[in-house]
Design a protein around this ligand. Sequence first.
Ligand SMILES: NC(=O)c1ccc[n+]([C@@H]2O[C@H](COP(=O)([O-])OP(=O)(O)OC[C@H]3O[C@@H](n4cnc5c(N)ncnc54)[C@H](OP(=O)(O)O)[C@@H]3O)[C@@H](O)[C@H]2O)c1
Length: 301
Amino acid sequence: MKTLVTGGTGFVGNKLLSKLTDPGVVTRDASRSRSKLPNNVDQVFEWDAAKGLKDFGPSFDYQAVVNLMGESIADGRWTEEKKKRIRDSRIVGTRHLVDSILTADRLPEVLVSASAVGYYGDPGEDVVTERHAAGEGFLPDVCEQWEAEALRMTDHGVRVVLIRIGIVLGAGGGAMEKMLPLFRWGLGGKLGDGKQWMPWIHVDDLVNLIAWAVNNRNLSGPVNAVAPNPVRNVQFTRALARAVNRPAFLPAPKFGLKLALGEFADSLFFSQRVTPEKALTNGFDFQFADLDAALTEIVAR
Ligand SMILES: NC(=O)c1ccc[n+]([C@@H]2O[C@H](COP(=O)([O-])OP(=O)(O)OC[C@H]3O[C@@H](n4cnc5c(N)ncnc54)[C@H](OP(=O)(O)O)[C@@H]3O)[C@@H](O)[C@H]2O)c1
């Protein structure tokens, strides 16, 4: 299916684009983005996520839209201004994307829109499937409203899949870009007591899951994008230390992280035992179900 992607210059979007045939991209800066985008990108639409896109009319020729934009939650301290960018880039951005798509002469068949396991907040030891209720607080609120904007497309007969993404692990971006240097220097350690569950997914599995969601006509609604084997933070810490062959005995205390990162630090201590029930029951095949295998592959790159 010919696919239009937002966030295509990002960590996940870029890898997804390489797998698609003649995709289109919606980006905030077309000239800057060109150098970051793979050669197979056919059309680039420039937009301001805060204002929307020009009307598509007859120029829209896409059967699928994948929405991956969003201000990074992990870069920089969470000031009020940063929180507004996190919120608006997702909620207002998705609202404008949907409004723009609705100006097209022919609507796409499917919208696959990113969300996050942040939707569930801090459910502790609960095993969390897609049927679990939303949590409370900033991230759950953002995710709920972000999903609600995407779901507006269902009123127009478009299938909507909401990908609730866990911590994405892959070489050259995301969480590993921040953690690997620390662990390679032997400066890694568990966060607090390390008992919190960490829902992770290898970036290759996430990209395959998104492509699978685009093509699987029976799939709609929320889909947890996490590996089938979530681990506690302490297990993750040990596995990463093993993968880089270094010790990891410096635990990071919550108050220190809170000083450095602000409110974002709280989310590092959320315990989210999320399971990909819908992906598994619908036959999705994870290439990296096991954390050691995922980390070995990433470290080897
Ligand atoms: N990586 C993870 O661990 C993780 C976990 C859970 C959920 N997710 C979600 O998955 C999606 C993709 O993640 P990613 O890691 O690939 O993200 P990323 O590398 O940070 O890229 C996101 C893209 O969004 C656009 N963007 C950034 N700031 C923006 C702003 N203020 N307003 C509008 N657009 C903005 C940029 O594209 P342009 O500059 O080209 O417009 C950017 O390339 C995001 O929605 C993210 O929230 C990721």
